[in-house]
Design a protein around this ligand. Structure first.
Ligand code: GLN
Length: 200
């Protein structure tokens, strides 16, 4: 079943995710308005700046519809700032920044340093097999605690950097920047399986 996957298109790496998803065969579409959100099966929350996205979510009246879709079990793939938005607890955040709590993780913003301390690393990501995944970290959040239902798919320096919980995939790095679409593929497979189960 062809999945219609939205990319939260308020700020950040929107185009790159749309193109990775289209490349994997999804019907990929930007989500800016509540009506856009209502029309998608799943949502990618991109990297960028979580405080800015948080503000724009309020400006575009997306907070309530997004909480509603998440409570209904809409699958998500969140990266970096997107992961911060979906976390249960944000450390070193702004007091007014939104958290949606779909992922039972505690993250610390900018814990790996500033923009110029961005780095890349080859990760072993459990479901992707032996070929390493080249991960780009840009002012990345560090996942400092995970709840009991959260599965760690990859770690770096002793901390999780890729996690999965139900149909939520959370990444501290930027998978849309390297041309390696295996994580988008993994997400899409999960979304399509869920759609088939619901349609059956
Ligand atoms: N530091 C950013 C934030 O707090 C996240 C950086 C990123 O998404 N690459 O939102």
């Amino acid at each position: 079943m062809l999945a219609r996957v939205g990319v939260l298109a308020l700020q950040g790496d929107v185009r790159e995710h749309l193109s990775a998803l289209s490349h994997c065969g999804a019907d990929a579409t930007p989500v800016r308005l509540p009506a856009d959100l209502a029309a998608v099966d799943a949502l990618v929350l991109p990297g960028g700046e979580s405080t800015t996205m948080s503000r724009l979510i309020r400006v575009f009246d997306l907070e309530t519809p997004l909480r509603h879709r998440l409570s209904e079990g809409m699958p998500t793939m969140s990266t970096c700032a997107g992961l911060i938005l979906l976390s249960r607890t944000v450390l070193d955040g702004r007091p007014d920044q939104l958290t949606f709590g779909a992922l039972d993780v505690e993250v610390r913003r900018n814990a790996y340093g500033r923009q110029r301390e961005s780095f890349e690393a080859d990760l072993k990501v459990e479901p992707l097999g032996v070929a390493p995944f080249r991960a780009v970290f840009i002012r990345a959040p560090r996942i400092e605690a995970t709840g009991p239902d959260v599965e760690v798919l990859a770690s770096f320096d002793g901390n999780p950097v890729a996690v999965s919980s139900g149909l939520h995939l959370g990444l501290g790095f930027h998978p849309e920047m390297t041309g390696d679409v295996r994580l988008h593929q993994l997400f899409l497979r999960r979304v399509e399986e869920a759609l088939e189960v619901n349609a059956a």
